[in-house]
Ligand binder design. Structure first.
Ligand SMILES: NC(=O)c1ccc[n+]([C@@H]2O[C@H](COP(=O)([O-])OP(=O)(O)OC[C@H]3O[C@@H](n4cnc5c(N)ncnc54)[C@H](OP(=O)(O)O)[C@@H]3O)[C@@H](O)[C@H]2O)c1
Length: 308
């Protein structure tokens, strides 16, 4: 397992994160096995959100692992707020942020979060209000560090103008089958869809500003449309190339899909969501591999992209 420092923090974190969005599908013993496997593999970072399973994910997590202070010390816990679900809107008001964190801490059975992320940009956000909420949460010791998810550069700068704490993380959708973050840079100035810049060059912005990126849904295509791995009907070429490279390194397709992300020099953390302990181990094994440049581009092209 490789560890990186989240810039502007004292956190040394595994480059694989266990995401907990899908753990409500598991029984308590299954969830415990998954979390313990993650820890045995060296994963020290766990991603949550107040909306996962309507709070159930956080409850199951702390119950399954029988959260106590000695386990808590071994973990870096991150959660998110700002989405109101199932109503379907966003809320970055001070009252909502504070109430959400209080709920998260109660469900996770902990006194503090290492990192709190704003889940998705709230078009109605008032940055000064967010700053007040963050100040209160930091001063009371409830949150150590702050970050965002699914935010573009200007949205981050707008927040940062008011927030005295450095925003240290941006969690974004990124997988071999979902690559807008790099497509427009590769196909720069060409008259093709791949050249459309969807995010104002967020990847370069995060690198320039020492913001650690985290890739959510690393094995999915579309918006939760399923895994591209093993889907030979929709992704025949991609699976053929991945399987061949997997054979060469003696790992599974999950391992190669993970290695493809960790190969990027931005040190992107992979937020995996598997419910299977074995697959989680496959991903960890893959994260140790350094794909060659040629392999990395070969996979990128097999996903249907052009390299001009
Ligand atoms: N910030 C955000 O807006 C945001 C949004 C969504 C998610 N997230 C975070 O990201 C985490 C991961 O999201 P995710 O669960 O969508 O990511 P994912 O790891 O890409 O997808 C997991 C799903 O893919 C399946 N899968 C994985 N490898 C497979 C393979 N080799 N063959 C077939 N199926 C495979 C898993 O099935 P099995 O369980 O059977 O392995 C599971 O259903 C979440 O837990 C959450 O923490 C963040």
């Amino acid at each position: 397992m490789k560890y990186i420092n989240i810039a502007n923090t004292d956190l040394q974190v595994s480059n694989i994160i266990m995401g907990n969005m899908r753990i409500p599908q598991l029984s308590l013993p299954e969830a415990e096995n998954l979390i313990r496997t993650a820890m045995d593999e060296g994963i020290n970072f766990f991603d949550h959100a107040d909306i996962y399973g309507k709070g159930k994910s956080e409850e199951i997590f702390s119950e399954a692992i029988q959260m106590n202070s000695s386990i808590r010390e071994k973990m870096i816990l991150q959660s998110k707020c700002g989405i109101i679900s199932p109503e379907g809107y966003f809320d970055f008001s001070k009252a909502h942020i504070i109430e959400s964190v209080n709920g998260i801490l109660k469900r996770l059975k902990t006194d503090y979060l290492d990192i709190l992320l704003l889940h998705r940009p709230d078009a109605l956000m008032e940055p000064a209000e967010v700053a007040e909420a963050f100040e209160e949460l930091h001063a009371s010791g409830k949150v150590k560090y702050f970050g965002v998810s699914n935010h573009n550069p200007a949205q981050i700068e707008l927040l940062q103008k008011y927030i005295p704490h450095k925003l240290v993380v941006n969690q974004l959708q990124f997988s071999i089958a979902h690559t807008p973050m790099i497509d427009s840079g590769i196909a720069l100035n060409m008259k093709i869809d791949q050249a459309v810049n969807c995010d104002s060059s967020i990847l370069e912005y995060c690198r320039l500003n020492d913001i650690t990126m985290q890739a959510w849904s690393p094995y999915q295509h579309g918006f939760f449309e399923g895994s591209f791995l093993g889907d030979i009907e929709r992704f025949p070429k991609l699976n053929e190339v991945i399987d061949n490279i997997a054979k060469k390194y003696g790992v599974t397709n999950t391992g190669i899909a993970t290695a493809w992300i960790t190969r990027h020099p931005a040190n992107i953390q992979v937020v995996l969501g598997t419910t299977k302990a074995e697959r989680l181990q496959d991903a960890c094994k893959g994260s140790e591999i350094k794909l060659t440049r040629e392999e990395w581009y070969q996979i990128y092209k097999a996903a249907g992209n052009i390299v001009p």
